[in-house]
Design a protein around this ligand. Structure first.
Ligand SMILES: Cc1cc2nc3c(=O)[nH]c(=O)nc-3n(C[C@H](O)[C@H](O)[C@H](O)COP(=O)(O)O)c2cc1C
Length: 182
């Protein structure tokens, strides 16, 4: 089984990218996660003409994955533009887009005290409108500058457990889709 990880931050040293790496370390045997590295190549959404190559690559990566895990920061109380733009592209053609019925889970880290809860809530709303099968659990990692240890794990074992639990829910949802006769 293959999961696709998307980070809503392009920043070198991103806490959300680190969070995806911690999530990858909790995967059960037989499940792998590729973290997508091309979000920064996606141009602003434009309905005129054909979708450009980086968009086709994103749609293909989503389509090839059994499930998607998105780690988002919060920018001004909402989803970072880079991520929202990529999802707008991924939502077309609607309704038969790459995310339709795809199991998706949302996690998020921010340096504030709430752990990107608004961005996560909005992201789940957007994914639901796109037609994804959204896991209804969130994972807020607050005060992210102090949340990770030097070796990249989460300092709070309770958070690591909650993350492993959420990833387990995503893997089970993906297993149900994989096991569905087509
Ligand atoms: C434009 C901008 C807006 C931000 N707005 C918020 C916010 O509304 N709430 C919050 O908790 N943090 C906010 N932050 C701080 C981010 O949580 C912090 O930069 C975080 O580290 C970004 O995630 P990353 O480490 O994955 O890049 C903002 C940061 C930027 C650059």
């Amino acid at each position: 089984m293959r999961l696709l990880g998307l980070s809503g931050s392009l920043r070198v040293g991103s806490h959300n990218r680190k969070l995806l790496e911690v999530a990858a370390s909790t995967l059960p045997d037989g499940v792998v996660m590729d973290v997508y590295s091309g979000l920064g190549d996606i141009p602003p959404y434009l309905e005129d003409g054909d979708a450009p190559e980086p968009v086709l690559a994103l749609r293909e990566a989503i389509g090839a994955a059994d499930a998607v895990l998105i780690a988002t920061p919060e920018y001004n109380g909402s989803i970072p533009g880079v991520l929202k733009n990529a999802l707008d592209w991924a939502s077309r053609p609607f309704p038969n887009n790459a995310l339709r019925a795809k199991p998706v889970a949302v996690i998020g880290a921010s340096t504030g005290v709430f752990g990107a809860v608004w961005a996560q809530a909005e992201l789940r709303k957007v994914l639901g409108l796109i037609g994804a099968d959204v896991i209804d659990t969130e994972l807020p990692v607050a005060l992210a500058d102090d949340a990770f240890t030097e070796d990249g794990s989460l300092a709070d074992p309770g958070l690591t457990e909650a993350l492993a639990d959420l990833v387990g829910q995503l893997v089970r949802a993906a297993g149900e889709v994989v096991g569905t006769p087509r």
